[in-house]
Design a protein around this ligand. Sequence first.
Ligand code: ATP
Ligand code: MG
Length: 395
Amino acid sequence: MANYDTVLVRFGELSTKGKNRKDFINRLFRNIQYMLRDFHELEYQKAYDRIYIRLNGADHEKIREKLQKVFGISSFSFTEKVPADMESIISACVRIASESDARTFKMITRRHDKSFPLRSDDINRQTASAILKNTDLKVDVHDPELPIRVEVRREAAYITSEKIPGAGGYPAGINGKVLLMLSGGIDSPVAAYQLMKRGLNVEAVHFASPPYTSENARNKVLTLAGMVSEYQGKMKVHIVNFTDIQLNIYKTAGDPYAVTLMRRMMFRLAEKIAQKNGCLAVGTGESIGQVASQTLESIACINEAVRIPILRPLVCYDKLEIIELAKKIGTYETSILPYEDCCTIFDPKNPVTKPTVEKAEYFEGMFDWQTHLETACEEAETVVVQPEQEEESFL
Ligand code: ATP
Ligand code: MG
């Protein structure tokens, strides 16, 4: 039996990052260990351009599934670790070839240890000729059914026949902190995922309007936050009471401008909370044209209320593309649960699609929103969520 006992982790995109490389690798190393925290049998080793995980009997499928969620990994392979000598390398390659159903193969060798007596070409030739002699497989250098990869290092050689694509991106947390506006909808959890993929650490702010919004709606948001926190570890969620502000808006602005004002207030609150918590940008799940508040005119008018950069990772996505991603990251089913969030409750019938800053400011002049924002900010509650624990597994 091929004995895949070690996972070899590659991180392509990072290799180009010169001086920050060490931080990147250290963060990736920590993130991998965090993702695999339930597997106590694993042993880790960090090298200049690879991370190795000794499996010690851990379940391959489960490890594969978890590793595919770690940002910053370009690919990984389950490998057989053998002594770095030709006899061991050849016998591992022949074993892998003879156990495979493939009809064609190709040897792909990388010799990292330049003191190894044979060059890559020679290693390819010797292993290939042993496979040809001992199995029915034929060589196909262009489109092999079974590519067999050999990495020769000083301490050992690693042999594998598969290369599993990783999630790509940068290790979560390496590029600073962003405050994401998290509703209970489909879009914003997906936005969280996309921001984390770019290496950002995501904190969330949620605007709730009790008693118009229920405890269920609040719990739904925390559940969603817990789900996406899987990709970065813990996640802070700031919950802001938005009721007073919303009621005031309805009293003063009335129907058409209510959404515009509400969103300008949300952005202002988000900016304040971002600054208070060291986040350099605010993120949203907005996408051009999706609803009245997401026309270009609306976005311009709403954005005018703040100076902080706004990151909109879904800005050019179709709803169907977003839904597909939501299903992939597992948030979709929770997002479509029918609990009201603060926008749907006060849903106006005729929101403007082309609001102007002048009119928005005119309505805003009718109440003392600054004080309301201060209070809402001061009274914000912060909850730390983390990924759900796996059920304890007993041996
Ligand atoms: P989502 O599916 O993320 O709720 P949406 O398509 O329903 O988005 P809107 O309700 O207009 O669109 O919200 C646009 C964005 O504003 C959301 O993606 C989210 O980032 C933010 N947002 C909306 N409502 C809230 C809320 N109650 N708390 C925090 N952020 C919110
Ligand atoms: Mg929404």
